[in-house]
Design a protein around this ligand. Sequence first.
Ligand SMILES: [Zn+2]
Length: 123
Amino acid sequence: MIRVRVGLEEAATRLASHLAEELAPRGIMPVIKGGTVILDDSSSATTLSIEECAEMVRRAAVKAGIRYRSLLIKGEELILVGGELRPREREEAPKLFTCPHCSFITPYEEEYWVHLKTHYVGF
Ligand SMILES: [Zn+2]
């Protein structure tokens, strides 16, 4: 059993979901307890080595948008030092105006109306 100390609970949750992607095929489901992710390999066919785990945590941290100063290995524990979340990228896509007559797309409403009028010239 390996513990990954992340500190921030939200960061631990995100890290766990990315770790799950890698660990699911091996039958290991990360468990989150406070700011710590627990990887229990007792029911897995293969045991996890701490070095292997450290590699996975590094990859998962990048995907999860977690910045940290260093990753320490202490026995059966991995400690993410100075872990923090990068500000989330805007999840909502900006509103886009799509012309019903052609493939014109713009995020600016004004530009959209100006464009739309061009289809009606001559009517
Ligand atoms: Zn158009």
